[in-house]
Design a protein around this ligand. Structure first.
Ligand SMILES: [Fe+2]
Length: 392
């Protein structure tokens, strides 16, 4: 009996120790890097439990990451380090056109009581047996701009792999996801399993990601996680950035039917949203950053239609197209239709051509201040369409 009691007491003591020990947290998915400008970037990843996350940065100078203590960047909000299972650490004060190596860290914290209890266990990305992750900042002085765009993957991560397998050898300035990467925003896990885990394994740790929201990313209970996972410089899914000679306007299609449609169950409010985006666009195209760029490219998931299309499309056309026509846009890149098309100037009242990419191909773009060359490549890497647009 005495032995039994001692055993029970030992088990209780062990259980108490484990109960007091905050979780040993590891990276679940990521990192990926968004909001890259010439001086800033945001590193994002998810972890297996709530924890604090931070990033260390090192120059790409051939030294060991362990050569010295590296500067640390925390995710701070209202005076506290954030404790979450999604992390986005904004790093500022970088130099243009410069490659930075980075390392992500996380440490479990039990913050359920008055006094948060940090775990002694800290996990970090490997900088010893593999090369550290690295990202190159944008550079407005660069003579050209290169990127690859895919869209409408709808969770088919094997197709995404086929379309992005050459990214590391091609070394584009960034990669564009032009919407509908998943069919439904159920949870963060849907994003991870649908494409982000594979994207991270393939390229996303080392190439800036530009995400254009599609209409399917507006659907599901996890829709509001979008900016949590893919934060932007404007805290909205529409924003602007520069690389080399090009300025990019990223716009959000919203939904495609009237807000009152039964499909949205009374939850849609895109009329006001599109108006707000148009007001932002009006300001953006008048900015010096945009006007000074020799090349002007628009990224919008749903293309403008010839004649009359669905309600959402018609509203985008009414609100955005006159502004874009006045702004001297050189080309717009879209998806959504699941088939390739190329709208010449004037086909849809547009003053610029519109390339619509299918769901099974990618667009490889090379822009200089003289021209924009767009190659549409299939999953085997074969070029199936090519367009060269002279810069206006
Ligand atoms: Fe779509």
């Amino acid at each position: 009996m005495k032995r039994f009691v001692l055993t029970i007491m030992a088990l209780v003591a062990v259980a108490a120790v484990f109960a007091a020990d905050p979780p040993r947290v590891k990276t679940k998915c990521g990192p990926w890097v968004v909001g890259v400008t010439d001086t800033e970037m945001t590193v994002v990843w998810t972890s297996t439990d709530r924890c604090m996350g931070w990033v260390e940065i090192a120059p790409d100078d051939g030294t060991s990451f362990y050569a010295e203590e590296r500067p640390r960047y925390d995710e701070d909000f209202m005076g506290r380090h954030v404790v979450s299972d999604v992390h986005h650490v904004r790093i500022t004060g970088l130099k243009p056109g410069t490659t930075y190596r980075y390392r992500i860290y996380q440490q479990g914290v039990d913050d359920s009581g008055h006094n948060p209890i940090p775990s002694g266990y800290i996990s970090a990305s490997d900088v010893y047996s593999r090369k550290p992750y690295a990202i190159r900042t944008m550079d407005f002085g660069k003579a050209d701009c290169t990127f690859t765009m895919i869209n409408d993957i709808h969770g088919r991560d094997s197709m995404m792999l086929a379309l992005t397998k050459d990214i590391r050898s091609e070394k584009p300035d960034f990669v564009v996801f032009n919407g509908d990467m998943v069919s439904f925003m159920g949870s963060t896990e849907d994003i991870e399993k649908g494409f982000m885990t594979r994207a991270t394994e393939t390229f996303a740790t080392d190439f800036p990601l530009v995400y254009v929201r599609g209409n399917h990313e507006t659907r599901g209970p996890g829709f509001s996680e979008y900016l949590n996972l893919f934060p932007s410089t404007t805290n909205a899914p529409y924003f602007m950035f520069r690389q080399g000679p090009a300025a990019f306007i990223v716009l959000d299609s919203g939904e495609d039917k009237p807000d009152s449609d039964i499909e949205y169950g009374g939850t849609a409010a895109y009329d006001a949203y599109r108006e707000a985006m148009a007001a932002w666009l009006k300001e953006a195209i008048q900015s010096e950053e945009f006007r000074a760029a020799p090349v002007k490219i628009v990224l919008l998931h749903i293309p403008f239609a010839k004649g009359t299309g669905w309600y959402g499309n018609n509203e985008l056309k009414r609100l955005l197209l006159p502004l874009l026509n006045e702004a001297g846009v050189d080309v717009m890149l879209s998806g959504h239709n699941h088939r390739y098309s190329y709208l010449e100037k004037g086909d849809a009242d547009n003053n610029f051509p519109i390339l619509v990419n299918s769901n099974n191909d990618r667009v490889k773009v090379h822009a200089t201040k003289e021209q924009i060359v767009m190659e549409v490549l299939d999953a085997t890497g074969k070029m199936i369409h090519k367009h060269t647009v002279k810069v206006q």
